[in-house]
Design a binder for this molecule. Structure first.
Ligand code: PLP
Length: 398
């Protein structure tokens, strides 16, 4: 709702349908009714400090939802990746394989622990980590006796990586597997839930995710002992002594009881949010699918994507405009869209890192665009977006 419409100082303004003028964000939070009630419960009980009953319940509900043994609720997904690498035994100088087509937070924790990232390209059919390239890298590094210590496989834009291939590969080579499921809570692969693959799964509840606690994350694993240790490290590694004994380095990574209450409310709506985002995708497919030069991120045959973000590629010659020209046209109409992630091997921060392949991710970055995909996006808002995109196409300009 615009500020003018919200203000009681503008009673004479004619009613304007919310769809027609408001800015449209890429993936804004979508609250239901449960969150406020749970938050009020946390406040009423004075459980506003870190930890408390909502943290415990949120952890149990997340573990059950993802089908894993245990979960630790954390201050961010990045914290979850950092702890996963520590628990995987990654040490300074070790090498860690990571998808190149992802947000920088997938790789930064590799550097936090002093390890060296090795980037691997995407498969063109899933846009996620290419298992053939991973196999090649593991085989050749085993031959050189330089096996990586861990693999961070990223589930992109709501779609799981190909774990039927990646899990056995990592197991065979004795390499720990960390699933970066920050963008994919609610997705499945081979009837298993995102977050349940490999040795550790990591979720994010950042403000733009399918469910949010404003900021937050979780570490998931079947190994309850490992999760207990993650909780310990996330609480400054404080040992149970009245004077606060510390024998090792810890972090302040726990989620507050207030935010866990919000997360519990959000989690109740997860199935609805997945259905809504998939419906958004279906409407884009109907509205834009016939335009020459537009292609949608493919859905992998092995699973169900949440379509957290609807991502397209735009061939400038066939379509009649570049993805950047479309992004600018949308921005001029008050609509937020975003290029597909810049591959990490192209980021100045990671310049010079060993990279296996890279052309697929580079092409997706060059031509890719993520369209507004919020689960509360109205049909009218989506029609506005579709009209702007169509208007930039060769057909729309006729
Ligand atoms: C793929 C990916 N990994 C990790 C993160 C980091 O999560 P957080 O922002 O909760 O630290 C994000 C998003 O923010 C992400 O998209």
């Amino acid at each position: 709702m615009s500020a003018a419409r919200r203000s009681s100082r503008w009673p004479a303004a004619p009613p304007v349908p919310a769809d027609e003028t408001d800015p449209i964000l890429l993936s804004p939070p979508h609250l239901g009714e449960a969150e406020a009630a749970l938050l009020a419960d946390a406040v009423a009980g004075n459980w506003i400090a870190p930890l408390g009953p909502h943290v415990d319940a949120f952890e149990a509900e997340l573990a059950a939802r993802c089908g894993v043994g245990a979960a630790a609720a954390l201050s961010s997904g990045t914290a979850g990746l950092h702890l996963a690498l520590l628990l995987a035994g990654v040490e300074p100088g070790d090498r860690v394989v990571c998808s190149t087509l992802t947000f920088v937070a997938s790789a930064n924790p590799i550097r936090y622990v002093g390890a060296v990232p090795v980037f691997v390209d995407s498969h063109p059919q899933t846009w996620t980590l290419d298992p053939d390239l991973l196999e090649h890298e593991l085989r050749s590094s085993a031959r050189r006796r330089r096996l990586p210590k861990a693999v961070v496989a990223v589930d992109l834009y709501g779609q799981c990586a190909d774990y039927a291939r990646i899990e056995p590969l990592c197991r065979d080579y004795g390499v720990k597997l960390i699933e970066d499921a920050a963008e994919s809570l609610g997705a499945t692969a081979n009837d298993r839930a995102a977050g349940s693959f490999g040795d550790f799964g990591v979720l994010s509840f950042n403000g733009n995710k399918i469910i949010t606690t404003s900021g937050g994350g979780a570490l998931l694993a079947d190994d309850a002992g490992a999760i207990a240790r993650a909780r310990h490290l996330a609480s400054q590694a404080r040992e149970p002594a009245p004077h606060y004994q510390h024998s090792e380095m810890g972090f302040n990574y726990r989620l507050s009881n207030l935010l866990a209450a919000v997360g519990r409310g959000q989690l109740r709506y997860l199935a609805d949010r997945v259905a809504a985002r998939r419906a958004v995708f279906d409407r884009y497919r109907i509205g834009l699918g016939g335009l020459p030069g537009i292609e949608f991120m493919p859905e992998a045959s092995y699973g169900t994507s949440t379509r957290w973000l609807t991502a397209v590629t735009i061939d400038p010659v066939e379509f009649g405009a570049t993805s950047e020209e479309v992004r600018l046209a949308l921005a001029a109409a008050g609509i937020e869209s975003r290029p597909v992630w810049k591959p990490l091997h192209l980021q100045p921060l990671y310049r010079g890192c060993r990279t296996i392949g890279g052309r697929v991710a580079e092409r997706l970055f060059e031509h890719g665009l993520c369209l507004p995909s919020g689960s509360a996006l109205t049909h009218g808002q989506q029609q506005r977006i579709i009209e702007v995109v169509r208007g930039r196409s060769r057909i729309g300009r006729l």
